[in-house]
Design a binder for this molecule. Structure first.
Ligand code: NAP
Length: 304
């Protein structure tokens, strides 16, 4: 029986683990992939205090090692269902059923598909959701990035290290990305913009050779010849194992109070899976810590 079971080993889960274990709670993190979550797909992190610039995999490793060092148990497993009401709470993954007094859901989010013809067909053949992983394959090529948020602009900047041109296709005429990223993108001669434009179709034969885009203002169409397309149109929460649960809102995120508590006693949520407008590594880490400290109070209350 664990005091705290944490689902997900990204910055929220790892931070929760560090705080819970240091509070002498018997703590386990269950993760289906590599520690660090989305940080693993981020080349440069420049906004995590204490590190002017650190590679995502390196920051992931620091957090992971720290968690293990303070006594967090790490289990690989894809949680497929949970029983969260009552005591103990149950997590099912593989053949294992894990019991815990409290649960912190820190399962994060994954890139949202664009939902256009050609997307599924060309995924891995010129279409990617990870410039950090695949960017180097496009040396000297013309590529496109779809989206106008932090991820799109950050990854467009990264792609300029390899590609000869990077065209950002954005559905509006203003970026959502944070100011410093916008400034860098506007100052980069390799980056062009197709404003007020949406992708209608990804085209190619065996691999991508273009995207059909439509200008939403005048409805004109054009084919942009590119060898690579990188999609960054937001993220979807990873909550499939909670299907039908009362902790989810209509969009599949988990609303919480200031203490990261969900509507079920002893169940907390932290990080990108939470219903919030801020999705940063620092906020995920902070929410993880908050969730762990309130999980501590909850576990204590069970024995009083
Ligand atoms: P995001 O902030 O939600 O931005 C998604 C972008 O895609 C927006 O520009 C949006 O357009 C566009 N979009 C959404 N649906 C679309 C569609 N169907 N067709 C075309 N365009 C579409 O997502 P994100 O950039 O992945 O970031 C997710 C979260 O992580 C955010 O909170 C972000 O701040 C954070 N993040 C932070 C950093 C950092 O370095 N600080 C890096 C990466 C991510 P509109 O603008 O018109 O809505």
């Amino acid at each position: 029986m664990y005091d705290v079971a944490i689902i997900g080993g990204g910055p929220a889960g790892l931070s929760a683990g560090i705080y819970a274990a240091r509070a002498n709670l018997k703590t386990v993190i269950v993760e289906r992939g590599l520690y660090g979550g989305q940080m693993q797909n981020t080349l440069d992190i420049e906004n995590y205090p204490g590190f002017e610039n650190i590679e995502g995999p390196q920051l992931s490793e620091h957090m992971y090692n720290q968690a293990l060092k303070v006594g967090v148990e790490w289990k690989y497993g894809d949680v497929t269902s949970v029983e969260l009401e009552g005591q103990p709470k149950l997590l099912k993954f593989g053949d294992e059923v894990l019991q815990a007094k409290s649960v912190i859901i820190a399962s994060g989010a994954t890139p949202r598909p664009l939902g256009v013809p050609g997307e599924a067909e060309f995924t891995g053949r010129g279409l990617s959701y990870c410039a950090t992983c695949d960017g180097a394959l496009y040396k000297g090529a013309d590529v496109a990035v779809v989206g106008g948020g932090d991820s799109a602009i950050k990854e467009a900047l990264l792609l300029t290290r390899y590609a000869s041109t990077v065209t950002v296709i954005h559905r509006r005429d203003a970026l959502r990305a944070t100011g410093i990223l916008q400034n860098r993108a506007f100052a980069n001669s390799k980056i062009r913009f197709k404003w007020d434009s949406v992708v209608e179709r990804v085209e190619g034969d065996t691999r991508v050779n273009g995207v059909l885009i439509r200008n939403v203002k005048d409805n004109s169409n054009e084919v942009l010849a590119v060898k690579g397309v990188f999609i960054y149109v937001g993220v979807d929460p990873v909550t499939d194992f909670l299907a039908g649960s009362k902790v989810l809102d209509d969009e599949g995120y988990i609303p919480t109070g200031f203490d990261m508590a969900t509507s079920i006693p002893g169940v907390f949520a932290a990080g990108d899976v939470r219903a919030t407008s801020i999705r940063q590594i620092i906020s995920a880490a902070s929410e993880g810590a908050t969730a762990a400290l309130h999980a501590y109070d909850f576990v204590e209350s069970l024995s009083n």
